[in-house]
Design a protein around this ligand. Structure first.
Ligand SMILES: [Fe+2]
Ligand SMILES: [Fe+2]
Length: 170
């Protein structure tokens, strides 16, 4: 997983420096960010670091899933070739949300929380794999370029607006 994440980060970085990211690149970039936080979590033994990482992972995943559902999935479900996959993805989001809620207030270094995080990581990894390898290529094939551009702009704008309050609070 480490090697894959580093490789993918390299790809994402090269794309970042070469062209403006479309919505699929932006979603992939968010996936990589979360994966890196999962990695940090796995290798950290420090209670406070782990606690902060859990909070960040929760926040990032909830925000990612919300934007994905409202902007991306809603547009994809209008394409016949994607409808079923998107319905399945929405169910997986529900499962991720349930797992996030389950991560309780036990110590972040406890076996219980480690096990809960492991299940969450596996679920997210599986979901991300399907999005990037099954959904995104179909979107590139079946979605009109003009719509992809429109969604890319919407996503960038929504992301920016969502980030504003947290920046102000920081
Ligand atoms: Fe998703
Ligand atoms: Fe995603």
């Amino acid at each position: 997983m480490i090697r894959e994440s580093i490789q993918r980060l390299g790809f994402a970085y090269r794309r970042l420096t070469q062209r403006k990211l479309d919505i699929l690149d932006q979603l992939e970039e968010e996936h990589i960010r979360v994966e890196l936080k999962f990695l940090q979590f796995r290798f950290s033994k420090n209670v406070e670091t782990r606690r902060k990482l859990i909070q960040q992972i929760k926040k990032d995943l909830l925000r990612h899933m919300h934007l994905e559902e409202t902007i991306f999935y809603s547009a994809c479900s209008e394409i016949a070739e994607l409808k079923e996959m998107i319905a399945e993805s929405r169910v997986e989001h529900k499962q991720v949300r349930a797992l996030l809620e389950d991560i309780g207030d036990h110590s972040p270094t406890s076996e219980r929380v480690s096990a809960e995080m492991k299940v969450l990581m596996e679920e997210v990894e599986h979901h991300v794999y399907e999005e990037e390898n099954e959904i995104f290529p179909r979107v590139r094939t079946y979605m009109k370029k003009s719509q992809l551009n429109k969604l890319s702009r919407e996503f960038r704008k929504a992301k920016h607006e969502k980030e504003k309050p947290s920046r102000a609070a920081a």
